[in-house]
Design a protein around this ligand. Structure first.
Ligand code: PLP
Length: 408
């Protein structure tokens, strides 16, 4: 297994006895030197605003931003770069759709429903619950099976009158990789008029995603979870839908013409990008995609699978440890949530934190899912390309220490 840690400066600042074991990449990822350098280069060499300056550095910045838009389109196989909208993060992308698509669909019939699943992150749950309340229509939630898979048969029954389905590609708690392509194919037969939004926050960083192959209407993801900077995210939308949708935020750079009487708006994607964008963030996203593509998304995926297997096989043997989500590794991405009987998840994270082993504890912004599982919190590890088997071994030794301290 190749070790990529040298590419990530954060891992090179610790002495051996204080080694940083970072197992919280589902929250945010670490950044490679190539990404930090690209942002540094922008600020040092061609810092300027985009789409307005007529001088050379502004032209370079504008060109870079549009190059990254093309690069993102290629990375997720969108038909056209105009289908790529730069936003702050997945949450903002979903809120953009909720507001604008939601406005456009103001004509909801009484029996139209809005559908999400019980495994959604709050970012893909709360906006839809709110929209349903606002439109005075039903909010329908799809269940999961005992093994942590989407209840697909139940879903096909519930989506007949659905206006929209919001579903995650990969669960940030269970690690389940949902069979999105097959789900969408079947749903479109049952309900040809449905709009489908996929939350790809935990998918795009870890596997090859092809939005045309999936045939989703919207797909969202965050740069900071895929080794780019915080503050940059992506909304992909089918061109026809984006053209029909009203703008989200109003102001500079999203207009065609403004008079005292009225304003006409630019076409997508600019219609949805009011104000100065996160230029350095966009540039970091381009560098992140370059880095991931140089390795190859198949290699990224396999690297994580190997780590997952290594962790899973050892965790399964620990007495009193409950693992959540599918048992079959092939259906999972590199997220493992668990509990140890007799120890609160926060205590597990605290003891490991004292050892410089970074894991997450709590409800991971998925309270309905935790309630469904009959728990209030869980501990979670999540891996990425810079993790090694040694990280997992240190984490397992840490768990043994937790058991010793709490005498369980
Ligand atoms: N969706 C999923 C599945 C997530 O795991 C997260 C973040 O953890 C989000 C959405 C929200 O991402 P962001 O905070 O970058 O908007």
């Amino acid at each position: 297994m190749k070790n990529y840690k040298n590419d990530f400066p954060i891992f090179n600042q610790n002495s051996k006895d204080k080694q940083l074991v970072y197992l919280d990449s589902a929250a945010t990822s670490q950044k490679p030197r190539a990404v930090l350098d690209a942002m540094d280069e922008y600020y040092k060499n061609y810092n300027s605003n985009v789409r307005r300056g007529l001088y050379p550095i502004a032209e370079i910045a504008t060109q870079k931003v549009e190059e990254v838009r093309n690069q993102v389109a290629r990375f997720i196989n969108a038909r056209d770069a105009s289908e790529i909208i730069f936003v702050r993060n997945s949450t903002e992308a979903i809120n953009l759709v909720m507001n604008t698509w939601g406005d456009m669909s103001i004509d909801m019939a009484m029996d139209d429903v809005i559908v999400a699943t019980i495994m959604e992150h709050h970012s893909n749950f709360v906006p839809w619950q709110f929209l349903a309340q606002y439109k005075e229509t039903a909010f329908v939630v799809i269940d999961i099976t005992g093994e942590g898979y989407i209840d697909v048969d139940g879903m096909y029954k519930k989506i007949k009158n659905a206006k929209i389905l919001a579903i995650t590609h990969v669960s940030n708690v269970l690690g389940t990789i949902n069979p999105i392509k097959e789900i969408i194919k079947k749903i479109r037969i049952v309900n040809p008029n449905i709009t489908i939004l996929i939350d790809g926050a935990q998918a795009v960083p870890h596997m090859k995603v092809d939005v045309q192959d999936l045939d989703c209407d919207f797909y969202v993801f965050s740069g900071h979870k895929m080794i780019a900077a915080t503050g940059i995210g992506v909304l992909y939308g089918k061109k026809k839908l984006l053209e029909e949708m009203p703008p989200f935020l109003f102001g500079g750079e999203m207009i065609r013409e403004v008079t005292v009487e009225q304003t006409t708006f630019a076409n997508a994607p600019f219609k949805f990008e009011a104000g100065t964008p996160d230029i350095a963030g966009i540039i970091s996203l381009g560098a992140a995609i370059d880095y991931l593509e140089d390795i190859g998304m198949e290699i990224v995926k396999n690297h994580e699978k190997e780590l997952l297997e290594h962790a899973f096989s050892q965790m399964e043997k620990i007495n009193g440890l409950t693992l959540y989500g599918p048992k079959d590794i092939k259906d999972r991405s590199g997220v493992i949530s668990f509990n140890i009987k007799g120890v609160h998840a926060h205590d597990i994270a605290q003891v490991l934190g004292d050892m410089n082993i970074c894991i997450r504890a709590g409800h991971h912004c998925a309270m309905p899912l935790h309630k469904h599982l009959g728990i209030v919190a869980s501990a979670r590890i999540s891996v990425y390309i810079y993790n090694t088997k040694e990280d997992i071994d240190l984490f397992i030794s840490g768990l043994k220490k937790v058991k010793e301290i709490f005498k369980v």
